[in-house]
Design a protein around this ligand. Structure first.
Ligand code: NAP
Length: 277
């Protein structure tokens, strides 16, 4: 199995880390000392792709990454803009070009970098012309503030439209063994060599507690969470899972999923657990 992936000019391990849970979602609430230890352990384990967003902890997540990892030493920090948090439970898209540009500027400042390696549009804002949102992203690249662009939660048509004017290197859509609504987007990304970053890769922890997965995992000397991640890694060579955790033990377990090899028979048994497509 291919263990690395070209993401534009960059080259990364195919198993990344989702940093969202490392800070509080809205107000900073996680144990900062533990969070910093966790992030540094992530890098020690060889992870070189970490996903964040300006909206995670209203900027606190990016601050935390900078505190723990700056100047990053070859670790690719992928952030996102385009969602606001008017309250702890609301995620509201905002794709006005001037807002997207300001948000990217603030991400640069918090991450303490001159250029964002991968900036993803967190959501397309249905109230703003799509072309205007894409135009803001293009300007950020032209100004040298962003190296590569990605999209999140998009359809194949939206991806195709963006690619008419922009080089899109990644797509971050919700996808895992039991949630395969974006199968067509994954197939398109696989055919076009675009990185596909499935978010909530172990179904927010649900797969780790699955007895069914645990019984198959047992045969391989693996855990249920590892099996779920291994299935993603085998599903397509462009997939880069970004499991999230606040636990160093779970982090180590998840990273080791890259070493789990699935036979054709095990892969087929896992496919059989997927919902009908
Ligand atoms: N683009 C988007 O719109 C979007 C939306 C949501 C998320 N994301 C990204 O996707 C990343 C991952 O999402 P997520 O964290 O919500 O979901 P996830 O990775 O599917 O699951 C995380 C949950 O699983 C638990 N867990 C992790 N590893 C485990 C293990 N080995 N054994 C048992 N439990 C385990 C964690 O709890 P513990 O802390 O106890 O381990 C946590 O509750 C986020 O960090 C974020 O970067 C993007």
């Amino acid at each position: 199995m291919q263990t690395r992936l070209k993401l534009g000019e960059l080259d990364i391990h195919r198993l990344g880390f989702g940093a969202m849970r490392a800070s509080g979602y809205y107000r900073p609430e996680a144990d900062r000392t533990n969070a910093i230890r966790l992030l540094r352990r992530t890098v020690e384990l060889g992870v070189d792709f970490i996903d964040t967003a300006d909206s995670y902890g209203l900027g606190a997540n990016e601050d935390l990454l900078a505190e723990a990892l700056h100047p990053y030493g070859g670790v690719l920090i992928a952030t996102k803009v385009g969602r606001t948090r008017p309250s702890p439970t609301d995620w509201t898209p905002c794709g006005r070009p001037e807002y997207l540009k300001q948000a990217a500027e603030l991400s640069l400042r918090r991450l303490k970098v001159e250029r964002i390696d991968l900036l993803q549009l967190h959501r397309i804002d249905p109230t703003v012309p799509y072309a205007d949102q894409l135009g803001a992203l293009a300007e950020l690249v032209a100004e040298g503030k962003v190296r590569h662009l990605g999209l999140s939660e998009v359809t194949v048509d939206q991806l195709r439209e963006a690619r008419e004017t922009l080089d899109i290197v990644s797509v971050q859509n919700r996808y895992n063994l039991t949630d395969r609504d974006h199968e067509d987007v994954l197939d398109y990304c696989t055919a076009e060599g675009i990185a596909f970053i499935p978010y909530v890769p172990i179904a927010k922890g649900e797969h780790a507690g699955s007895q069914l997965l645990a019984s198959i995992a047992n045969e391989l000397g693996a855990t249920a969470a590892q099996l779920s991640l291994a299935w993603l890694l085998h599903r397509s060579p462009v997939i880069v899972p970004i499991p999230g955790t606040r636990s160093i033990q779970h982090l180590e377990e998840n990273v080791a999923a890259a070493d789990v090899t699935l036979s054709v028979e095990h892969y087929a048994r896992l496919e059989a657990l997927s919902p009908t497509r």
